[in-house]
Write a protein that binds this ligand. Structure first.
Ligand SMILES: Nc1nc2c(c(=O)[nH]1)N[C@H]1C(S)=C(S)[C@@H](COP(=O)(O)O)O[C@H]1N2
Ligand SMILES: [Mo]
Length: 555
């Protein structure tokens, strides 16, 4: 049995009782969405009723001698690969979304400020409600891997697919322009827009226009929607995806601002997914009703024939995709380590070489501080921590040991004597929420200078008084390089007050180029080691061990 299944069974999480899913859209956004959907339809009807059904321009097969004829093999392949990867992307994306089933237009994620939520619950105000409590169940029939709080695995699938999807997309676009195929998509004449509106009037009023032969050219509306998906929605997906990375956002603050902030980027990323689905329905619908067999032959065998061959191959392709869904589901549950390690092998080097190098330098102002900061994790309940006294500081001595010349034990006052740094930064939780807070503490750089790591020390371990989700000491690790980033600090203050119990008293880690789970709260000790393999199960942290999170957390 896979470890994930074991974890889930051990915690009686098999089929959580409450599996309800409610989509709740705030009224103004519901109205906005309805208006956006109805307006073009209403316009089309008015057009027809007032001016009559517009006449469409004739669309000859070939206007210019170098117009495209048929679909070359690379285009047909890229189209299919795209479909496969989109299935993985959407399924894993939905799984990720359900881990923080709320979308916002502001970076604070204050409960009640979500414009859409996929949970029946408002955040309760009378008790601690962690982000993990808030995560929801998604059926594995829909999500990859689906279920509740399987975000680690879902993200591996998402980023791996995104990586290959980008590669496929770049090859596709490069070949479009290297050949004459770009002419099918790119509008070169403004009249295309009015022509597309006319086609729209036909469709919306249930008049099917005579379609051009798709082997040679598309109708105007078809061309514009393909163009929109390839050249607008796809890049938007990619760019808003990047705008959710803590390493990128805290390095180049202007970047997420292009989209209205990190959470707006997340919302737009979701809306882009909706656009694909909204495109897919009429796209497939039109393929079916405008000559299914012939259309299939066009895009599958590249021939302009009317036999059933293409359709049969397509159905085999669909069976293949279903088999892939089953296979990805199976490895996710039975061999989750393969997924985790596969991701680490393929994308880990890139994460280390590019994103991990970016210094976090984005500073916010006091006015930006979030009124509410989602909590996460389980409060410690060991006597060691409970007995620490006032603000958990009285009896506290941070132990710093391992591969260092000068092991030390320091109280908060002594840490403060090393010099205090304050920073106002944006926190990124892997689950999707964010929040701005001011942190006060000592940089790890100063601690490193004090304890003098031996040449063999490459990794810093932070151990907590608290336990992980599945029991056992919570800990995480940073590479020495990340620990030495100027903004990486051990903090004892949040928003000018000593840390509360909920947020990690007496001491917690801040590593702004990483996701929240690396930022251990209720720190007990710091240890310098050679490799993360020596600690816990050896994957780099409690969440890495038990929930298959990546050891490098910069996306
Ligand atoms: N000891 C411990 N530290 C922890 C966690 C935890 O479960 N236990 N959760 C992490 C996660 S996932 C996040 S997002 C942040 C949340 O910090 P906050 O509760 O102050 O918002 O703490 C991190 N540190
Ligand atoms: Mo988190």
């Amino acid at each position: 049995m896979g470890e994930m299944a074991e974890n889930i069974r051990a915690n009686h999480l098999v089929y959580p009782e409450d599996r309800r899913m409610r989509i709740h859209v705030r009224l103004p956004f519901l109205v906005l969405g309805a208006v956006a959907a109805v307006l073009p339809l209403a316009g089309a009807w008015v057009w027809m009723l007032v001016f009559g059904l517009p006449e469409l321009a004739p669309s000859p097969r070939i206007t210019y001698p170098d117009d495209p004829v048929g679909f070359p093999v690379w285009l047909r392949l890229a189209h299919f690969v795209n479909l496969v990867l989109m299935v993985l992307l959407v399924r894993s994306g939905l799984s990720i979304l359900m881990d923080h089933p709320r979308l916002y237009w502001n970076d604070h994620c204050t409960p009640g400020s979500d414009w859409i939520r996929f949970t029946p619950f408002e955040v309760p105000k009378d008790r601690v409600w962690t982000a993990k409590d808030d995560s929801r169940y998604l059926s594995p029939w829909i999500g990859l891997p689906g279920f509740r709080h399987t975000i680690g695995i879902a993200r591996h699938w998402h980023f791996l697919s995104a990586f290959f999807w980008l590669g496929n997309g770049l090859i596709f676009v490069a070949l479009l322009f290297a050949t004459n195929q770009w002419k099918r998509l790119v509008p070169t004449d403004l009249s295309l827009f009015t022509e597309a509106a006319k086609v729209m009037v036909h469709y919306a009023t249930f008049h099917l226009p005579v379609e051009p032969d798709g082997f040679f050219r598309y109708n105007a509306l078809q061309q514009l929607s393909y163009f929109g998906i390839v050249f607008i929605v796809a890049p938007v997906s990619l760019l808003t995806g990047l705008a959710m990375s803590p390493a990128i956002d805290n390095w180049a603050g202007w970047y997420p601002k292009l989209f209205g902030g990190r959470q707006a980027a997340r919302s737009i990323h979701f809306l882009a997914m909706c656009s694909y689905l909204a495109f897919l329905v009429p796209h497939v619908g039109m393929v079916v009703i405008t000559g299914l067999c012939q259309n299939m032959n066009h895009i599958i065998s590249g021939t302009d024939t009317t036999g059933p061959e293409g359709l049969l191959v397509f159905l085999a392709g669909v069976a293949g995709i279903l088999a892939l869904c089953w296979a990805t589901h199976w490895v996710s549950w039975k061999r989750p380590r393969w997924v985790q390690m596969g991701f680490r092998r393929i994308l880990g080097p890139l994460q280390r070489a590019v994103l991990n190098r970016l210094p976090s330098r984005r500073q916010y102002t006091r006015d930006d501080i979030s009124p509410y900061f989602w909590p996460n994790g389980k409060l410690p309940h060991c006597p060691e921590w409970e007995g620490l006294g006032d603000l958990r500081r009285q009896g506290f001595k941070l132990k710093v040991s391992g591969l260092v010349e000068n092991p030390v034990e320091l109280g908060i006052d002594e840490l403060e004597n090393l010099g205090k740094r304050e920073q106002i930064t944006l926190h990124h939780c892997i689950q999707g929420w964010s929040g701005v807070a001011q942190w006060g503490g000592v940089t790890l750089r100063q601690l490193i200078d004090l304890v003098k790591p031996l040449p063999d020390a490459k990794v810093v371990v932070f151990r907590s008084f608290g336990e992980g989700h599945y029991g056992g000491e919570y800990y995480d690790t940073l590479t020495l390089e990340n620990a030495a980033h100027p903004e990486t600090m051990l903090a004892w203050e949040m928003n000018d007050h000593p840390l509360t119990d909920l947020h990690g008293a007496p001491l917690r880690l801040r590593a702004e180029n990483q996701l929240g789970y690396k930022m251990v709260k209720w720190i007990k000790s710091v240890e310098f080691v050679h490799s993360e393999k020596e600690v816990g199960k050896g994957y780099g942290g409690k969440n890495e061990d038990d929930e298959y999170y990546p050891v490098v957390a910069n996306i």
